[in-house]
Design a protein around this ligand. Structure first.
Ligand code: ZN
Length: 76
């Protein structure tokens, strides 16, 4: 923890808001989840509910992705 990921790769980590473990990544506008041999990529507009896989945590993280850049995009 503490290492910064260079932003030029256009990749964002999605972390559990409780324990901070890495749940998924957002890459080029798509959600990428990798667990062992399973890899899933979801694109488009969606809302995902991810339950932390740590047995002692199990916190729910809700993620909303839109086609606009950024999750908060106030109308001009
Ligand atoms: Zn957690």
């Amino acid at each position: 923890m503490g290492a910064r990921v260079p932003e030029h790769r256009h990749e964002t980590d999605v972390r559990c808001h409780e324990c901070g473990i890495l749940l998924a990544r957002i890459r080029d506008g798509g959600l990428c989840i990798r667990r062992g041999d399973l890899q899933t990529t979801v694109t488009g507009e969606f809302q995902a509910s991810i339950v932390c896989y740590r047995p002692r945590c199990r916190a729910l993280t809700v993620l909303r992705l839109t086609r606009d850049r950024g999750t908060n995009n106030p109308k001009a």
